[in-house]
Design a protein around this ligand. Sequence first.
Ligand code: ASP
Length: 315
Amino acid sequence: MTIALAIHGGCGTLPKAEMTDGEWAQARADLASSLRAGWAILTKGGGAVDAVEAAVRVMEDSPHFNAGHGAAFNADGDHELDASIMDGATLAAGALCGVRRIRNPVSAAKVLMLRGDPLLLAGAAGDIFAEHEGLDMVENDYFSTERRRKNLSSMKIRELVGTAGQASEAEKHGTVGAVACDAKGHLAAATSTGGYTNKPVGRVGDSPIIGAGTYARDGRCAVSGTGKGEYFIRYCVGHEIASLIAYKGLSLKEATDTVLGELGAHKIGAGLVAIGPDGGIVAPYNTDGMYRGWVTPDGLVHVATHGDVEVAGQA
Ligand code: ASP
């Protein structure tokens, strides 16, 4: 069985001119580190669940992506984080929404999944669970960065002058996610996000909703999405793609293009990474760019932010 790994760091990529070459290089380096972390597990015969967790953790720790450190601010100037993980072999899953103190929400989602029941914990209950399980806890301002603070100020101004609807994808969005196929052919997906800048307090997106922003089922696909979560929930994006493959016999590319086309009709930014039952990878998006990357079967790391794909050496 071919092992496979793909990641995204959100479809809210900034226009190229808004970061220095050094900052872009750092973002690409963090994408490459995320892939190497996941690939190292897969090449040693480790499971897809552990690989997607490891890949997502690296992006949660990076300030460049809207998850963990670097997460978007909500309307109150705080961070409320959503994350989930799913094992395609067993359909076991774990998810947290609106948590405020867990350094790596994806790891808490995995621990919750391994506990078996409940599947989804909200708010303070999620934080208390993670603390109980001995996971790394932080103050809420650990997640703050200057760039996200500026995004919040500009969204507040846009709100006042009535131009919030015209905000760029980069001002609004982001999310990180990973999909993997391990040597046994098992699939897994994980997603983690701060949501969108200036989101209402208590708003929950698609990332912790199994079947919407995250889905994995052996023999069908593993999917992690990014974009306007409300639409990913309405279309049950992950599950819809799996169903198009299972019941209509579409290829992974046909299924993901179909669903992204439907989302695009609402003029919303959207993107995803997905792996098919044979380890095939797709990473479509309809925005100017999407932080993304994958490892080809020869072990070469590929990373991209806009149109060009960079080969970043061996994994
Ligand atoms: N899907 C995320 C959410 O709606 C945000 C994003 O990916 O841009 O919370």
